[in-house]
Every structure is written in C-alpha cells, then in structure tokens.
Design a protein around this ligand. Structure first.
Ligand code: ATP
Length: 436
C-alpha cells in the first residue's frame, strides 16, 4: 500500500509563491493531458528538512517529452529534449525544470491499471540511491501535494538515516558509497546499520576500483562543492577511500586545519562576490594535492580531466612555504601592493585562496580586495603609446609597463600626467633618453 500524506500546508509555508503557482499550473496541465506528474528526489527531501532547494525534477507517468513540450509552451520557456533518454529540460527564466518519463515496465495483467500506473513511479524511484531521495510529491490537482513514500523515506529522514533501497545497491553502483558519505555529512545523518555493512562489504571487495576516474572525479567535485566539505573528506579518510581519489594523499591534522580555514574564509567573504561560485571547489583541491607526495601528484592529476591552468596552480602552490605567506602579509601591511603583484603575477584567485588558507593569516577580506585591485589595475600608457613615442619594441616594454603599474598600485602615480612624467624618468634611468 502507498503511504500518502498531504503536504500542501508545508509547501505553502516553505516554498516561494511563484513555485507554488508553477506547481499548480503543472498539476492542471497534467490533469488535462491525462498523465500523472510528480516532483521527486532532492527537492522533496529538502522540503521536508526545511532546506532551500529549487532544483525541480519531475517524473511523468506517461510521455514525459510530450508533457515537457506542453509545459514549455505554457510557460513560454526554452526546451531541450533528449529523445534517447525520454527526458527534457525546461529553462524558465532562472528556473531549471528537469522532466523524465517514469520507466515503463512489462505487466502480465494490463487490466490492473491503477497498480500499473503506480508501479511506473515505484520502479522509477526504486532505481534511486537512498530512501530519503526516493520520495515523490504528486502535482495533479485532485491530489496536489500528496507525498508518495513507497520506501519509508520520511521515517528515515526523521531518524536521520541513509538507507539503500536494495542489498546490491552499492555493488551495482559503488559511487553511491561516496554519495552516502556526502548526504550523511551534509545533514549530520548516519548510515543505517545494514547499509553501512553493505558499504564495507563493497569496499572490501574493491568495487570502487571498477569505477572510471572521470566518475570518481565527479564525486570528489560534488563533495568539494558542499558548503562545508571537511566532514565528508574526514569520513573518506576514516573509510580509507583516498586510494580511489588521490592515492598518495597523507591526511593530517594540519591538512584538516587548512581545509577548515578555507571553509571559514568563504564564510568571511560571503556575499562579497570575491570568489566565483563555479571554482569554489578548486582551492580545496589545491590544498589536498599540496599534501600529497610529489611523485603521486603527477600521476593523480594526469588521470583527471583538469584544465591546464589548474595543473599550473597545483605546481605553483607546491612551491610555496610559510615564507610566502609572511611576505604576503607584510606587503599588505605596508601598503605595498606592488610586492603582492610581484609575488603572484600570473596566479589565479583560486591558487591565491589556497595559499591563504594554507598559511592561515588574518585580514582575508583586505587581501582579497587588494587582489582585485591588483588584477584590475592598468596603466593608461600602453605598449601602443610607447611605440608612438618612438621607443623600439622589445623585452624592456614589459619592464617599463610593469614598473609603471607598480607605481600606480603603490599610489606613487595617479593621473595620466604623473604617469607620463614618471615614464620620462624611467626612460632616463634605463638610458633610453637623456633628461629632456
Ligand atoms: P543535491 O542536493 O546534492 O543536488 P540531489 O538528491 O538533488 O542532491 P542529484 O545528484 O541532483 O542529487 O540527483 C538527483 C536524483 O537522482 C537524486 O535524488 C537521486 O535519487 C538520483 N541519483 C543520483 N545519482 C544516483 C546514483 N548514482 N544512483 C541512484 N540514484 C541516483
């Protein structure tokens, strides 16, 4: 039997009005199209937990693509269809809506219609990772807001348990072990006893070793994108799983402290838009690789699809020490932004943050602001002007322009006139021209 609970009050209370309206529209369209539509997965889990999450995943019992097309037309939204998977993605203003077709099964008794329909959704949810992710909310108007809970996910949510849906779950997809760690630590849950046993069993059978490097990297990324990834990383250590991510990593109190410092640093600069969201994981990754044996680093990063600048950042960071951190602090203290620039020319903000967290020092916000000033600072006179002044191009262009930039950073030069004046002095000093 299906355990139905009406959640419309909770929805009213916790969801923004435009989402409620969207859901009601979806429900009405579903009724008209004579299909059943549910919002499933993380959205429902987080609604019950009172956590903000507006990633909408819909499952349609019926033709998902046809329904998505209808919904997109209704919303005047963009639609992308994946015929092969029976899925579609709707982009409605900033809101993404994923639509999937519930997997159809073969039935011996096609006459038993209601069960067949319910079974479609049930099958779809049964393939999922954990009971807490296998909840569905019906959107059809007559039963708007009914919680469909085939596997007692709500009870597990209440008790804080991560539980697989069937015994061979981890064998079938060992990345679920990593997902279990991530959800467990994110919500401060625990793995249900049997689930933990299944996980240990799959680990001792070295099932995770069968997973491709790309997928393992994706899982690591998902951990590093958590608001605070440190507890999950500690759990990876406890469960002895680093071999599958970064084999030569040496976990230590120091490493843990550096990672924690980075999390605190993100808290500190919150809302200041100083660090791009998409690459927030990277400084964590850089700190991790800094704690690997140098021989291991190359091997580990070669198997992951990392962009060149990330590889370079790993090498850059490996070459730093406490002294680098100290220099950074001093240049800020004495207002010598030029020194900061000399230290970090060509560095990415991500490598800079990792360095910052590694050599924990105060004044993070000031440093990041200084960083942005440095990155934005430009001289008014450029190479083009130098050429027009009749100075022969060559490596000294860089010397000249750098020096002028540094003087600007340190406040020695502010206006165009001052810059020009300063350039004349420099040209004289470097022996390009005689004075006047
Ligand atoms: P998050 O809050 O991290 O986004 P989510 O639950 O929305 O969590 P997704 O990774 O977006 O997670 O996955 C969407 C849904 O797909 C999940 O709720 C889960 O049920 C299912 N899922 C994802 N990965 C797997 C997997 N490896 N095995 C089984 N089901 C999975």
């Amino acid at each position: 039997t299906v355990d139905n609970n009406r959640l419309d009050h909770l929805m009213e209370e916790r969801l923004p009005d435009h989402i409620i309206t969207l859901f009601q529209n979806i429900g009405q369209l579903a009724d008209e199209a004579n299909v059943k539509v549910y919002v499933v997965g993380g959205f429902v889990r987080d609604l019950l937990l009172g956590v903000n999450n507006l990633d909408i995943d819909l499952v349609v019992e019926g033709d998902g693509i046809a329904f998505a097309t209808r919904l997109a037309r209704f919303l005047r939204a963009r639609l992308r269809v994946h015929e092969k998977f029976g899925t579609a993605m709707i982009l409605w203003e900033d809101q993404k809506i994923d639509v999937a077709t519930a997997r159809r099964e073969f039935y011996q008794h096609p006459a038993a219609l209601p069960q067949v329909e319910a079974s479609n959704l049930r099958q779809d949810l049964y393939r999922r990772d954990f009971t807490i992710n296998a909840l569905a909310l019906q959107l059809n108007l007559p039963s708007f807001g009914y919680l469909v809970d085939f596997f007692s996910g709500r009870k597990d949510l209440d008790q804080g348990l991560i539980r697989v849906l069937y015994n061979l779950s981890f064998v079938e997809d060992p990345t679920r072990i990593i997902r279990a760690i991530r959800f467990e630590q994110r919500y401060d849950f625990t793995m249900e006893v049997e689930t933990l046993e299944f996980a240990h069993e799959a680990i001792s059978r070295k099932m995770i070793g069968e997973v491709s490097h790309e997928r393992m990297f994706d899982e690591l990324l998902l951990i590093l994108q958590e608001k605070n990834p440190v507890p999950a990383l500690r759990r990876v250590t406890e469960m002895n799983l680093w071999d599958y991510f970064l084999p030569d990593l040496e976990w230590s109190e120091r490493l843990e402290r550096e990672l924690t410092t980075l999390t605190e640093l993100y808290q500190e600069v919150k809302d200041r838009e100083l660090v791009p969201l998409e690459t927030r994981w990277m400084p964590y990754f850089l700190i991790l690789t800094k704690h690997m044996k140098p021989e291991g680093v190359k091997l580990a990063i070669d198997r992951y699809p990392l962009k060149m600048w990330i590889r370079e950042a790993i090498v850059e960071l490996a070459s730093t020490n406490e002294q680098t951190g100290l220099l950074m602090e001093q240049s800020l203290q004495y207002g010598k932004l030029s020194d900061l620039d000399k230290l970090f020319q060509g560095w990415s903000i991500e490598a800079f943050l990792a360095l910052r967290a590694s050599y924990a020092l105060p004044k993070t916000v000031e440093l990041l602001e200084a960083w942005h000033i440095i990155k934005k600072c430009k001289t008014i006179i450029t190479g083009k002007e130098l050429k027009e002044m009749g100075i022969k191009p060559g490596p000294h262009y860089k010397t000249l322009l750098n020096q002028m930039r540094w003087d600007r950073l340190d406040g020695i030069v502010q206006s165009y006139e001052e810059e020009l004046e300063h350039l004349r002095e420099l040209l004289f000093e470097l022996g390009f021209v005689s004075k006047d």
